[in-house]
Ligand binder design. Structure first.
Ligand code: ATP
Length: 476
């Protein structure tokens, strides 16, 4: 078999030589170019399995080359060589279509892993194996669009921020991005950032050495080490406390972690995907999420549309859920009566696909002769459209809790606003805040039919945090 080939584009001779020697040791046949013009010639002469380009070249920019390769040679993965810590350049390159970046001075272990990933990626692109059938159900235009974006993003190593309401399928989308990409052989590690106690976060993410604090009885790998070679999915990323946001930013930029009590840095090769049902940009404005981290995790945003924007998908989803429930129970699948399907099609699903699953599970338990009638669905009466805007709602709750003066008018804060919607100065601030909190919690509980786990998720709280609030507010 002929050797695989790489093109290295850099105007610094030292870098060209270093990469030629290192890649040569990995059994790659290396060609070099010192300018954009020369790179164009080399690319036209033959096909490469992998490219590296510097950003600043004497006759143009590496971005031009990235765009050219992405457009004309889409089977060739291209990585950018950046100056250490130049996050802006890395972001620009990833947006332009680079699959990853290498920081100078080049870390050889990191480079080796990057090359392996890139070569695997190229093979997949040529064989088309990444076009495997998606586990995401639905063929509405909105879902097709999501699927096409997933296929594109799976090929990149860029951090992706997945936005969308609670229960729309953000985690499923993250899994697909992982499974369809070159990291599929590595682990997919989902982390609910809201569920880790703040004081344990550093050890959970970066690991610790035995004896580094009371209770550290043995060395422990952090989530980054567990996800080595794979993907770390930061679910509910908005819940990260500010001190962790700083640490995470450092890890993402430097691609290395330092376990608590550890002496050295450990290089980590992990792709970061993140999600939240909250409006992260708004939280940046409110000072609750660091702008620099937002910029870093949000290199590319993928919005998963709510179920009410893709109602065509409901019949297929219903079919799959009923099949799954039948498999679990060992009984034949239940069937929906036509009126029941009609009711589902005109329902707005504030809790999205998760709510649809819950509705069907309950209906299967309630129905007679495995035939689901409209009454078995127990759908909530239609609520005002505003109720469905979970992100706005969560954000409003967060904003109201921290900055009552900024809370917009609405029925989530009856005590703090007068009839014309103007902010009234509350005579008792604590009581007004408690009232706002109570109203938001009640709304979430009602919309989830008192499913506390689902309500906690909608409110961006852990179950424990919600229980505590219920107790404090005396809600049974
Ligand atoms: N398109 C889909 N096809 C099949 N199942 C789906 C789809 N979208 C969502 N689901 C199912 O809906 C449920 C909720 O999905 P998921 O946990 O991915 O949502 P989420 O957006 O991450 O929710 P949250 O914001 O609450 O964490 C899961 O059981 C998932 O399998």
């Amino acid at each position: 078999m002929s050797r695989q080939t790489a093109l290295v584009i850099d105007d610094e001779r030292d870098i060209r030589e270093l990469l030629t020697i290192t890649l040569g040791r990995m059994n790659l046949d290396v060609t070099t170019a010192g300018s954009v013009a020369e790179a164009r010639l080399r690319l036209a002469e033959r096909k490469f399995d992998l490219c590296f380009t510097d950003m600043r070249l004497p006759d143009g920019s590496g971005q031009e080359i990235i765009e050219l390769v992405s457009r004309q040679y889409p089977e060739t993965p291209i990585a950018m060589i950046t100056a250490y810590g130049n996050v802006d350049a890395a972001v620009v390159a990833l947006k332009a279509g680079a699959f990853d970046f290498v920081s100078k001075p080049v870390d050889l272990a990191m480079l080796r892993r990057l090359v392996q990933t890139a070569l695997k990626l190229g093979e997949e692109r040529r064989s088309g194996t990444s076009l495997v059938e998606s586990k995401l159900i639905g063929d509405s235009p909105a879902m097709e669009q999501v699927r096409a974006t997933i296929a594109k993003l799976a090929r990149s190593q860029a951090p992706v921020y997945i936005s969308g309401e609670s229960g729309v399928g953000k985690e499923l989308v993250a899994r697909q991005i992982h499974e369809l990409g070159p990291r599929a052989g590595g682990a997919f590690v989902p982390v609910n950032c809201g569920a880790i106690p703040s004081e344990l976060m550093e050890s959970e993410f970066f690991g610790h050495k035995k004896g580094s604090f009371t209770g550290a009885h043995a060395d422990k790998d952090g989530l980054f080490q567990v996800a080595q070679g794979g993907t770390l999915f930061l679910d509910e990323v908005a819940e990260l406390p500010l001190h962790m946001q700083v640490k995470l930013l450092r890890v993402i930029q430097e691609k290395s972690v330092r376990p608590i009590g550890g002496r050295g840095e450990i290089a980590v090769d992990v792709r970061i995907l993140s999600a939240t049902h909250k409006n992260l940009a708004r939280l940046v404005e409110l000072g609750q999420f660091r702008q620099d981290l937002f910029y870093r995790v949000n290199v590319i945003e993928l919005r998963v549309p709510p179920l009410r924007e893709r109602k065509e998908d409901i019949p297929k989803l219903v079919g799959r859920v009923l099949e799954r429930l039948a498999r679990d129970s060992g009984e034949p699948p239940a069937k929906l009566r036509p009126e029941a399907l009609k009711a589902l099609l005109s329902y707005n699903f504030p809790g999205n696909v998760r709510e649809l699953e819950n509705v069907l599970e309950r209906a299967v338990a309630l129905c007679e002769n495995r035939s689901i009638d409209i009454d078995d669905l127990r759908l909530l009466p239609a609520a005002p459209a505003e109720t469905y805007d979970r992100s706005a709602m969560a954000e409003r709750t967060a904003g109201a809790a921290e900055f009552p003066a900024h809370a917009p008018p609405g029925n989530t804060a009856p005590a703090a606003f007068n009839a014309t919607g103007e902010m009234a100065i509350p005579a008792d601030l604590a009581a007004a805040v408690a009232e706002t909190e109570r109203a938001a919690i009640m709304k979430a509980l009602e919309s989830t039919r008192w499913n506390r786990t689902a309500a906690a998720k909608q409110l961006g709280l852990t179950l424990r945090q919600l229980r505590y609030r219920l107790e404090r507010l005396g809600i049974e």
